[in-house]
Design a protein around this ligand. Structure first.
Ligand SMILES: Nc1ncnc2c1ncn2[C@@H]1O[C@H](COP(=O)(O)OP(=O)(O)OP(=O)(O)O)[C@@H](O)[C@H]1O
Ligand SMILES: [Mg+2]
Length: 395
């Protein structure tokens, strides 16, 4: 049985894909690749068994173009076969390739397990959609939304650190979305220069397809995937609550953890995220307006019946001598505080260097507390269960 066709001339890549497919593989050279899908499938003994075609077009622009044409034909004529493009230029080619019908783009450097995962995922999604109109399975990842009524209290700091802490536990398993769509600074805080933003992913083929979506995320060297806000306010106009809800639902299928940074207050985007949020991290600083704002936010969520399953109340930048203490906060909001984070002089430097403090200064007292917060979402004991769940890797 041949479930996978691979077009490649790299013996090393062929070896890895052969192991990833348990030898259910037909290998062709670039010159053997026919122009039409039917001719390609006819090269195997059982054309109806083929689920995936991988084309290694690394360093060959002409082959990449031919592959895009072929992908469109496959989509029309054989929609249950996924065509995957192997290239070093995944970011540059992603949008045009996905529009053309390519189901995923991947680096030639993937290891055996990463190839196995990517091939299985592509095939599950294509076959699932063709039979039921919906993706075949749902990993149902945890969605952690970081919010606060007031600005400047540490949402972005917490969101980037939580995402980094989870990535350290579950490499490739975490995506961070910047839902402070106009003024967000997640990309800057991680020293990333994204090619695609929210505005690219909420329209076009990637909107409904988790695999296509994944190719448009920006990869941080740690393994964290990032989806930044828009580049100009005008781009935000066509992003609505429904699209954000669909986006989160899609990413939830693909990642174990979806971490969301938000704008101050309950913006339309934050409310849209609330429906999918499993864990809400609410932050306040130790000042009267901030704590009162938090009480109002809790009341509002209650009235809207949007309180997520788990809520974590965090006091950030705690210092003695400011007038308010944690018991005052608890009395005002009528709930207990789950975590108190100290002020740290090193936070600003870590943000300016583009490296969250849990990564750059793991011994800092603030990092130690942040790790406690991360463990609330990912207890170390459950790690092993997820080691097999590895997303498509390095680009
Ligand atoms: N525990 C902390 N100790 C010291 N400085 C901190 C701490 N947490 C956050 N900061 C600093 O406070 C400032 C505001 O933090 P951050 O940008 O994370 O807040 P925010 O809530 O995302 O703000 P905005 O509402 O504007 O998006 C930053 O300069 C950050 O470095
Ligand atoms: Mg922020």
């Amino acid at each position: 049985m041949t479930a996978v066709i691979l077009v490649s001339e790299s013996t090393d890549l062929v070896r890895r894909v052969r192991l990833a497919t348990d030898d259910n593989l037909l290998v062709l050279t670039r010159h053997q690749l026919p122009a039409g899908p039917a001719q390609l499938l006819a090269l195997t003994e059982e054309p109806e068994e083929v689920r995936t075609v991988l084309v290694d077009a690394d360093g060959d622009a002409e082959l990449a173009n031919r592959t895009l044409e072929l992908a469109g034909k496959f989509e029309q004529q054989f929609p249950t076969v996924s065509l995957l493009l192997i290239t070093q230029q995944a970011e540059q080619l992603a949008l045009s390739a996905l529009r053309a019908g390519v189901k995923d783009l991947m680096s030639p450097q993937l290891d055996v397990e990463e190839f196995r995962w990517a091939i299985r995922r592509a095939s599950e999604i294509t076959t699932g959609r063709s039979s039921s109109g919906a993706p075949a399975d749902s990993f149902g990842g945890r969605v952690i939304t970081v919010a606060s009524p007031k600005g400047g209290v540490g949402k972005t700091t917490l969101a980037t650190n939580i995402a980094m802490g989870l990535t350290q536990q579950s490499p490739q398993g975490t995506v961070l979305i910047d839902l402070d769509i106009q003024f967000g600074d997640v990309a800057a805080a991680l020293d990333l220069d994204p090619v695609y933003t929210l505005s690219d992913v909420v329209s076009g083929p990637s909107a409904q397809d988790p695999i296509a979506l994944k190719a448009l995320l920006t990869a941080h060297p740690s393994g964290l995937h990032v989806l930044p806000g828009v580049k100009s306010p005008a781009e935000a106009d066509h992003i609505g609550a429904a699209q954000i809800a669909t986006l989160i639902a899609s990413l939830k299928q693909e990642f174990r953890f979806v971490v969301i940074d938000t704008a101050p207050g309950m913006s339309e985007e934050t409310l849209a995220a609330m429906d999918h949020t499993t864990d809400l991290v609410l932050i306040t600083s130790l000042d009267v307006p901030g704590v009162r704002g938090l009480r109002k936010e809790l009341e509002l969520l209650g009235e809207l019946e949007l309180t997520p399953a788990t809520r974590h109340i965090v006091v950030n930048m705690a210092e003695k001598g400011g007038g308010l203490a944690v018991p005052d906060v608890e009395a005002t909001i009528g709930a207990s505080v789950d975590l108190v984070l100290p002020r740290s002089m090193k936070v600003m430097r870590s943000t300016n260097e583009g490296s969250p403090i849990v990564e750059s200064q793991p011994r800092d007292p603030l990092s130690r507390e942040l790790v406690q917060l991360v463990h609330r979402f990912s207890p170390a004991t459950t790690r092993s269960a997820w080691l097999g769940h590895r997303a498509r890797g390095r680009r």
